[in-house]
Design a protein around this ligand. Structure first.
Ligand code: PMP
Length: 386
């Protein structure tokens, strides 16, 4: 199998592979009820969420988790602010428009994020029900200042929602301390599972917002349909609304326990350290990043401009060397850059990181960007050792 170094799905641990294999458990099996209940409890710890926040585990992808957030918090006609850092924020804005919200989008050039001053100014103008932001935009590798955004929203009594699909369990996010209302993700990125689970934690305020709606969300993604099911599982009681992805829930418990083994601080630090090391390698290869300032560069992926004279076919040449990286995604720049994921299990496998750097360096040389693979791997190793 090639080494999967795209920004999701990612390489998963051997224990997760085991848990995600074999005959599926029934949704009422005692072992599944135990895994489900434990996973809900563990999610609060990974999300650093308060005890009265409600985790949801629903079969689906990250887009479904986004739709849950877009439809459970506000009625048609209410105003929302989208702090857009790229492709996935724009998807969220479109979902909110379809919900009938009045959507204001604050935009930035690709590789940048709207300034906090601009957000503060917009919030001060008043009238917003909720602020939506993408914690890490997978199309550009830009990470927004989620702490500042959540705290600003709180200060203005505005709900805050963060798409953590390319961030949760890798980038620091303190749901309770920062007062965020929804933090959502999917199973196939830093959570470390195959695709197939939409994962979301909602604050008490978010649940109250749903309770007050006059126009309910679609039944299959309604907080009020799912909350009693989640509570039953957490109390280790059988229940049913719509069949859960039982095999993945079994694997979720395993992966959340792995994430929490060394604690969240260690987890955030590992992602920061490896991101720095990968960037040392990119710098040795004279590759320029999309994020326009270092503090915007995510720890979960690198988005790198193709050097002069090298086209998007680089991705296929890297694949020929056994490593899968991703092409560009942002519509404005699609053919001008490529992306490398660095999250989860692979971070504990320095050989895989070396293989990735070497494959990219060799493919670049093949396409005329002559560079030194040995020096790039040495730069990686040096930074990993620091
Ligand atoms: N948000 C972000 C930031 C993402 O990276 C993705 C997927 N790459 C999504 C949302 C959508 O998730 P999914 O593809 O699982 O529906």
């Amino acid at each position: 199998m090639p080494l999967l170094m795209i920004p999701g799905p990612i390489e998963v641990s051997p224990a997760v592979v085991d848990a995600a294999s074999g005959p599926p458990p029934g949704h009422l099996a005692p072992s599944l009820i135990e895994s489900f209940g434990a996973s809900l409890e563990l999610m609060r710890r990974v999300w650093l969420a308060p005890s009265d926040a409600q985790p949801f585990i629903v079969a689906g992808s990250g887009t479904l988790a986004m739709e849950m957030a877009a439809t459970n918090l506000l009625d048609p006609g209410e105003s929302v602010l989208v702090v857009s850092s790229g492709y996935f924020s724009d998807r969220m804005a479109e979902m909110l428009r379809r919900r009938g919200a009045k959507v204001t989008v604050l935009r930035a050039e690709p590789g940048d994020a709207p300034s906090l001053d601009a957000v503060e100014e917009a919030l001060s103008s008043g009238g917003y029900r909720a602020l939506f932001a993408t914690h890490v935009d997978t199309s550009t590798g830009v990470r927004v200042d989620a702490r500042a955004l959540a705290q600003m929203a709180r200060a203005h009594d505005v709900l805050s929602v963060f798409d953590g699909v390319c961030a949760t369990a890798a980038e620091r996010f303190e749901m309770e301390a920062w007062g965020a209302d929804v933090y959502l993700t999917a199973s196939q990125k830093a959570i470390g599972l195959p695709p197939g689970l939409a994962l979301l934690v909602a604050s008490r305020r978010a649940l109250e917002a749903r309770a007050k709606l006059s126009s309910p969300p679609p039944l299959s993604i309604d907080f009020e349909q799912w909350t009693p099911i989640m509570r039953a599982y957490e109390e280790r009681r059988p229940s049913y609304f719509a069949t859960p992805a039982t095999t993945l829930v079994r694997a979720l418990e395993v992966s959340l326990r792995e994430i929490l083994e060394d604690g969240m601080e260690a987890r955030f630090a590992l992602h920061a350290r490896v991101a720095k090391a990968m960037r040392a390698a990119w710098s040795a290869l004279e590759l320029r990043e999309l994020p326009v300032r270092p503090e915007l560069a995510a720890h979960t992926l690198s988005a790198l401009y193709l050097p002069e004279g090298v086209g998007p076919e680089l991705v296929a040449s890297v694949a020929e060397r056994g490593v899968v990286v991703a092409g560009g995604l942002h519509p404005a720049l699609r053919t001008r850059y490529f992306r490398v994921g660095h999250m989860g299990h692979v971070l504990t496998q320095p050989d895989a990181l070396r293989t990735t750097v070497r494959a990219i360096a060799e493919a670049l040389s093949q396409h005329g960007h002559v560079c030194d693979a040995v020096a790039a791997v040495a730069a990686l190793d040096r930074a990993l050792g620091e």
